[in-house]
Design a protein around this ligand. Sequence first.
Ligand code: C2E
Ligand code: CA
Ligand code: CA
Length: 533
Amino acid sequence: MNETEITAEFDRACREGQLSVRYQPQYNHSTGRMTGAEALMRWEHPEHGTQYPADFIPVLERHGLIRRADLYVFEQVCAFQRKCLDEGVSPVPVSVNISRHDILEGGYVSELERIRRRYDVPVRLLRTEITESSAVGGLKLVSTVLRELHEAGYVVEMDDFGSGYSSLNILKDLDVDIIKLDMNFLTGDVGGRGGTIINAMVQMAKWLDTPTIAEGVETVEQADYMKSIGCNYIQGYVYSRPLPGAELLELLRRTGLEPTSPAMRLLQPMDAEKFWNPESLETLIFSNYVGAAAIFSYEDGRAEILRVNVKYIKELGMNITEEDVIRSDPWESFDPENRKIYEDTLRRAIASGEEESCETWRTFVSRCCGEDRICIRSHIRVIGKAGQQSIVYAMVQNVTAEKQRYTELADSERRFRFASEQANVYAWEYTIGTKQMRPCFRCMRDLGLPALLENYPEPVIENGIFPADYADMYRDWHRQLEKGAEHLEAVIPLTVGRVPFHVRYTTEFDENGRPLKAYGSATLVVDEPEKAE
Ligand code: C2E
Ligand code: CA
Ligand code: CA
């Protein structure tokens, strides 16, 4: 239909009931229950067939006819809700679209109210959708209408959030109750850039304590993704196309429903002002998570991973995708003992509201890499609560290498000390960075040394174990160790008896090649003949 046909035939269309309403149901993807519906206008033209809004609404808007059309839709919706109530079918709230042009001329809300009262429909069964663009150039007007809608008790949804350029400012200025995100801005790739943007928007909505509905959701993958980032409400072809009223009525007869619950409540709300500022630290932290992190929900032993970042996957050395992690059972990798450690820490974090830490071993099995056992240090903090459920933010660090190094060292040290006990060797461990020395038991027993000596080697020079004439040489050894000397060796007369000992140092380096520790030993120099025997 061209513009002339539309304007010429519009009046007759209204009179003859050619304008009709389709209802697109909205579902809670976690429970599969219907939570609401959106009313969408159609023009059933006797000759041209069904006309879609994109083809005729802009024309109606240009010719000042949209207000009449929208009130017509609103009235049909009221009639539909009345029918539900009369027939004893539990209705769901139905949203109607409000065009920018509807409100240019005042009194729109009182028109709505007049119709609603005529049909005696409770206001909670009617919702309104405004678009970001309706605010462009006329924020004052929209704010006024929004206030009027709120005063009359309507829930107001922000339609197509994120499609405009000024989304953030709009949200700050307009106090809407629900945000609708359109997946068409996502262009298919849930894991890519589109996903990041959508994720950011859901986060923003959560911080504002505003529930979100994802619309235009076409695939189960998209719906799962939205759920994974905390947006459970879904409207789109994946669940249902827009339905004629009679079909929605049938569907309602058959299915249960539930109210739209508020988003997760944050324990310590962020400073919204700062958050809106694109240069703020909050925004920076938000968009580039500081480190490897996961967000999960926890209730009574049940945990569900909601979101992990790419660094998380890398840190854990897993050869899988974020989606795989989210789908897997978080407890799968824990044995009972480590799970208890983790859950105890979690409960402490929930009770205290503070950050709590623990280290747990986990076993990951992947098809390509086989089994991998790693140790994770987790810093856990509760960031939100929804009923009994806690939303937990966990920063993770893979400390497997650190742990292994520690056990290896402890092992070798134990062996070393044990061997020196057997073999008449005095041994000690010198930590190069801190100048601390830890002597073996024999040293402690025979030479009366404490378990830890600071500022080594000064104490043993002072107490005369090392003779004064060797003091400078011995001090120089420790400077050499600091510079990375691998091995040092000399015969030095030790103790009060000035008995000659072979004194040796062997240095251990960290993974970056920096000297870490030096292992010292002193063995009695035995006479050659004895050795020959
Ligand atoms: P909208 O408010 O964003 O409505 C959602 C549109 O997305 C609807 O198109 C709907 O049929 C379509 N849709 C639903 N699920 C999917 C999906 O899975 N994938 C895709 N690609 N699309 C999906 P529709 O009915 O053609 O309406 C288009 C637009 O026309 C609406 O966008 C709304 O801005 C406007 N409109 C519709 N009905 C009314 C009305 O009664 N009054 C006013 N003022 N505007 C209306
Ligand atoms: Ca809409
Ligand atoms: Ca929309």
